[in-house]
Design a protein around this ligand. Structure first.
Ligand code: PEP
Ligand code: MN
Length: 337
């Protein structure tokens, strides 16, 4: 961090700012120019507030030279994080393929789809029991009944369960059924929820907020990690742009950017990114080609009658075809599926 003093700041003022930075745990290097003085701070500046320093009358501006996230930062953790979940890995050589319906609708529906996605090569089962719907009149999910069905599907297929948690109060209950807790795009900056899942021992699948910058996304991961839970998987799921043809715009560049800035695994959800089933396979291929560690894909055998997100759901045979086509791309990235 660099503090630029105002022109004409006197030695007493420079000394006071230096002592303030030292009290915050930094080593301070002073560079005095003809008119201007700058202070270089070395150490953990992640807890230092820029606006508080800039409120000092003698300070012109404060510039961060390093990212404000620490635990999520690749700088302090050069190797890729490989997260173990119930005998599977996310972030290792094998791609993590999370597939299943948007929402659990019935035992028959989920078990049918779970068997199909497993047969096609998925290694995790997704299904929402508590759904974040834009309209309060839309299907809100089967709640605890849905969690019981997810567990039943796990018993039958052996696939670990990924399901969304929308509120602090539900973290404990959902943790007693699920292997991976999903934080949805709409909750990416629900800081109380991030802190609560940060205290849990489950792997957290953190989806990017629809208008979140990459730095905001990584700061949300930092919230979880700062509470002790280092098992965070990032998921790019499309962002809002001026384009309305697709539901969102898949930010493909976010994948290599996130992999460069962070050691955390990065997966892609081409279903919510596009809103259209026929765009899922091409973007899934693109995601693997640019280095994604896996995919989250919605699958339903009867999309027309699905209670949520039917238009973006792949039928099981289309999902199987997608799996076959991404196998080829995975090989080019030295990944297996
Ligand atoms: C979902 O995965 O079902 C979902 C609601 O995704 P997102 O939070 O990315 O919209
Ligand atoms: Mn959905």
């Amino acid at each position: 961090m660099v503090i630029v003093m105002k022109i004409g700041a006197n030695q007493d003022q420079v000394g006071a700012i230096k002592r303030k930075a030292e009290r915050l745990g930094c080593d301070v290097q002073i560079t005095q120019g003809k008119d201007c003085c700058i202070l270089g701070l070395v150490g953990d500046t992640s807890t230092i507030s820029i606006s508080q320093l800039e409120a000092e009358e003698c300070v012109d501006k404060v510039v961060r030279v390093q990212a404000p996230y620490k635990r999520a930062n690749r700088l302090f953790h050069p190797n890729d994080s490989i997260i173990k979940v119930d005998g599977r890995t996310i972030g290792g050589k094998e791609l993590a393929i999370i597939a299943g319906p948007c929402a659990v609708e019935s035992e028959e529906q989920l078990i049918h789809i779970a068997k199909d996605v497993k047969k096609a090569g998925a290694n995790f089962l997704r299904g929402g029991a508590y759904k974040p719907r834009t309209s309060p009149y839309s299907f809100q999910g089967m709640e605890e009944e849905g969690l019981k069905i997810l567990l039943e599907a796990k018993k039958i297929t052996g696939l670990p369960i990924v399901t969304e948690v929308m509120s602090v109060e539900l973290v404990e209950k959902i943790s007693s059924y699920a292997d991976v807790l999903q934080i949805g795009a709409r909750n990416m900056q629900n800081f109380d929820l991030l802190k609560e899942v940060g205290r849990s021992n489950k792997t957290i699948l953190l989806k990017r907020g629809m208008s979140a910058t990459i730095e905001e996304f990584l700061m949300s991961a930092e919230y979880i990690m700062s509470e002790g839970n280092q098992n965070v998987v990032l998921c790019e799921r499309g962002i809002r742009t001026f384009e309305t043809f697709t539901r969102n715009t898949l930010d493909l560049s976010a994948i290599p950017v996130l992999k460069k800035l962070s050691h955390l695994p990065v997966i892609v959800d081409p279903s919510h990114a596009t809103g259209k089933w026929w765009l899922v396979e091409p973007l899934a291929k693109a995601a693997i080609a640019v280095g994604a560690d896996g995919l989250e894909v919605e699958v339903h055998y009867d999309p027309v009658n699905a209670l949520s997100d039917g238009p973006q759901s792949l039928k099981p045979e289309k999902f199987e075809a997608m799996m076959n086509s991404i196998k080829v791309i995975a090989e080019t990235q030295n990944r297996t599926i």
